[in-house]
Design a protein around this ligand. Structure first.
Ligand code: NAP
Length: 678
């Protein structure tokens, strides 16, 4: 490492790459302490960066639909996947093993994939996201309400922690991008060279609209003073930095949206049923060993406190000590290494100090012996052995619940009963994740009710889920990441929830026509367009939102009902027995089957010849509102409600289908899904 030329970690501001300045910080290898990089120190024009994001990146992104942006994210993830080897090479210098880097690099790319896929599946091919259903605000339906989300018109400033330079960046960038908001990324200086290499790749891909991303390598100067109400500041890092940022007067004055993911004293609970010898006990030990040693414990979600039945404290301690004795610490590039180094000497000092605090209230049962490091100098590199503490009286001490040693350090503590276990878990003051190893659903329920409010995520694992469970420490893009109190009170990821953090939700009120025009979805009561040709004869492109046909009426006879009943076997008394049906509060006497009405509706509106409609793929929100008696007639209104491109050949058309009786009363409605060729 010592022969390596130090990297120049640049910033990318207003379309320009800028080299480190005279005041650049020196960054050292976690493995041997040699100089790895010079970062930051240039004088950045933060106003110009914001202007560029707001004036160039924002408009370019907002010109696209959610689907356009999702397609770009998918292409970007594929591109990064092909180029990732160079990121792995750099990542070793941070002390990370290949397995650690997989979480960071492949985990980051995987997160982009998930947002790309969710963007296509769960968001419309539109520029406005509809949040929830139409609210009926008037008796006649001429005045309605709809919540919509539109992208904020500012910049998403993202300040990240040192431990996951790629994942930490991409898990914020992807949802902001999907929302249509440009990012200004500020990685932690200690590992920012990996993030910088990733940003270089992202720009080199040529996939991103101009201004979508900028990079600050180094300090943020007066950037925060310049943020306004349309900007978002999302932060991951320590509680101290978060406190300083969240109390910044400029941010408070302008109500700048602020999200924090900060440190967390995550707990893992061993269920009372999970005695030594059970699969859940083994699972507990395995997950604890993994969480304490992966990334050398530098994971915001790592297990810091192990809460176990008092009678099993010794068994847990013995099992973990045996596990740690097998963990090979060393140069992260060695295949035999199971635990690499901490990110820096400063980090090692900080962890050692925090461990000393914990040691005042807990006995050290592992980690006091001499440090054995394979293939590297244990002192020149930032290596540290796992440290295991045992706290005999967890009720007495607050500090074991409050002190985060951001390294391979964890404390075992005993509980009396499940209520006590919850109490101890909750003393972390709010955490990102708590886990529970139990095979007893009643214990799971008790812990959820007693503890979920204190944790952003509750991970329950047992013999049934263990083969596929994703791990205590893995935040997944589908599920929210963040937690109350000590964990920062923020919330990221969680699928489309994470995208909404970068959008403004607005309650729009108006007539059905206004809401249809804004959302691009036909709303009941909006203008119907009768354009002559049967809509099933029209291609996807030529169908218009609001295009409508009304069918001829069809009379439903008793013979039809009996025929349908015997044909399908559905001889429910409401269709077959006049007296019994009349005694039922819902029916005047014998009535038509709902499914018969659906079938008749299809028979009334389909166009039988081959045409652009390829398939009926489903039906949503079916409601039968009024019974149809023998002798009644029904007719159907079919309206093009929503169109979504699916691939190069066809798109999905959703139809609003409403059935009326001879008196014009609505008897049923539903949303019909079809695939229609271009
Ligand atoms: P940190 O010291 O708080 O730094 C976090 C980020 O804030 C870095 O990019 C840092 O930049 C920046 N920063 C520091 N002072 C700033 C200021 N005055 N203005 C603007 N930015 C500033 O935390 P860390 O040591 O990198 O990370 C470790 C902590 O993060 C641990 O406590 C861990 O629990 C927490 N963490 C939480 C999560 C989560 O998702 N909840 C994830 C990972 C880590 P410089 O590096 O240039 O100083």
């Amino acid at each position: 490492m010592s022969q390596m030329t130090a990297l120049s970690v640049e910033s990318f501001a207003a379309g320009q790459w800028l080299s480190p300045g005279a005041e650049a910080a020196s960054v050292y290898s976690a493995i041997d302490g040699s100089l790895v990089a010079k970062a930051g120190g240039q004088s950045l024009d933060f106003q110009a960066m914001l202007d560029y994001a707001r004036g160039v990146g924002g408009p370019a992104l907002r010109a696209l639909t959610f689907h356009d942006r999702a397609r770009i994210l998918k292409a970007l993830a594929l591109y990064l996947g092909k180029q990732k080897d160079q990121l792995y090479e750099l990542s070793y210098l941070t002390g990370a093993t290949k397995a650690d880097s997989w979480i960071d690099i492949d985990g980051g790319i995987g997160t982009v994939f998930v947002f790309a896929s969710k963007g296509r599946r769960e968001m419309p091919d539109q520029k406005v996201y509809l949040d929830g259903d139409i609210e009926q605000l008037s008796r006649e339906g001429s005045f309605l309400g709809q919540h919509i989300c539109t992208p904020l018109l500012g910049a998403a400033v993202q300040i990240n922690a040192f431990n996951f330079p790629v994942w930490g960046m991409l898990e914020k960038f992807a949802p902001a991008f999907l929302a249509g908001v440009p990012s200004i990324v500020k990685p932690a200086t200690a590992t920012g060279y990996v993030a910088e290499a990733c940003v270089k790749l992202m720009l080199k891909s040529g996939l991103l609209p101009e201004g979508s991303i900028q990079l600050i390598s180094g300090r943020t100067g007066d950037l925060l003073d310049r943020l306004g109400p349309q900007d978002v500041l999302s932060f991951t890092g320590s509680a101290d930095t978060a406190l300083m940022l969240r109390s910044h007067p400029g941010l408070l004055k302008k109500s700048v949206r602020f999200m924090a993911e900060q440190d967390s004293l995550n707990a893992s609970i061993l269920g009372p049923d999970a005695e030594p010898g059970t699969p859940e006990f083994e699972l507990f030990i395995k997950e604890a060993r993994k969480e304490i040693t992966t990334k050398a414990g530098q994971k915001c979600t790592a297990i810091r406190r192990m809460i176990v039945p008092q009678e099993h404290v010794a068994a847990v301690s013995d099992a973990l000590v045996a596990q740690f004795a097998k963990v090979k610490i060393g140069d992260p590039r060695l295949e035999t290494t199971r635990m690499g180094a901490l990110a820096s000497q400063a980090q090692r000092r900080d962890v050692a100090e925090k461990a000393q605090i914990i040691e005042q209230y807990a006995r050290c049962v592992y980690g006091d012996g001499p440090l054995v490091v394979d293939g590297a100098d244990g002192e020149a590199g930032a290596f540290l052995a796992p440290k295991l503490f045992l706290c005999d009286d967890p009720d007495a001490s607050s500090l074991v619940h409050e002190t985060e040693a951001f390294g391979p350090v964890s404390t075992i503590m005993g509980y009396r009963d499940v209520g006590h276990a919850c109490e101890l878990a909750n003393r972390g003051g709010g955490s990102l994740v708590a886990s529970l190893m139990t095979h007893d659903p009643a214990v799971a329920r008790q812990v959820a009710l007693g503890s979920a409010a204190w944790h952003g995520r509750l991970y329950i694992n047992d013999r049934d889920s263990m083969k596929e469970a994703t791990g205590h420490g893995s935040p997944l893009p589908h599920m929210i990441h963040g937690g109350p109190g000590r964990a920062g009170g923020g919330e990221e990821l969680g699928g489309i929830r994470g995208v909404k953090h970068f959008m403004q939700r607005t309650a729009v009120q108006g007539s059905p026509d206004m809401l249809s025009a804004i959302g691009g979805v036909w709303v009941k009561g909006a203008r119907e367009q009768q354009l002559g040709a049967h809509p099933f004869t029209k291609t996807f492109e030529s169908l218009e939102i609001g295009e409508t046909i009304w069918t001829e009426p069809r009379t439903v006879t008793l013979e039809d009902i009996e025929h349908f009943a015997t044909f399908t076997g559905d001889t429910f008394y409401a269709h077959m027995d006049e007296t019994a049906a009349a005694a039922n509060p819902f029916f005047p006497g014998r009535v038509a089957h709902g499914y018969l009405l659906l079938s008749f509706a299809a028979g009334l509106f389909v166009e039988p010849n081959p045409g652009p409609v390829l398939a009926n793929t489903g039906l949503n929100d079916l409601a039968f509102q009024k019974p149809v008696s023998p002798g009644d007639s029904i007719k159907v209104r079919l309206v093009v409600k929503r169109k979504t491109k699916r691939n190069d050949e066809y798109g999905e058309v959703r139809w609003d289908v409403t059935l009326y009786n001879q008196d014009g009363e609505q008897v049923a409605d539903y949303e019909l899904l079809t695939m229609v060729a271009y």
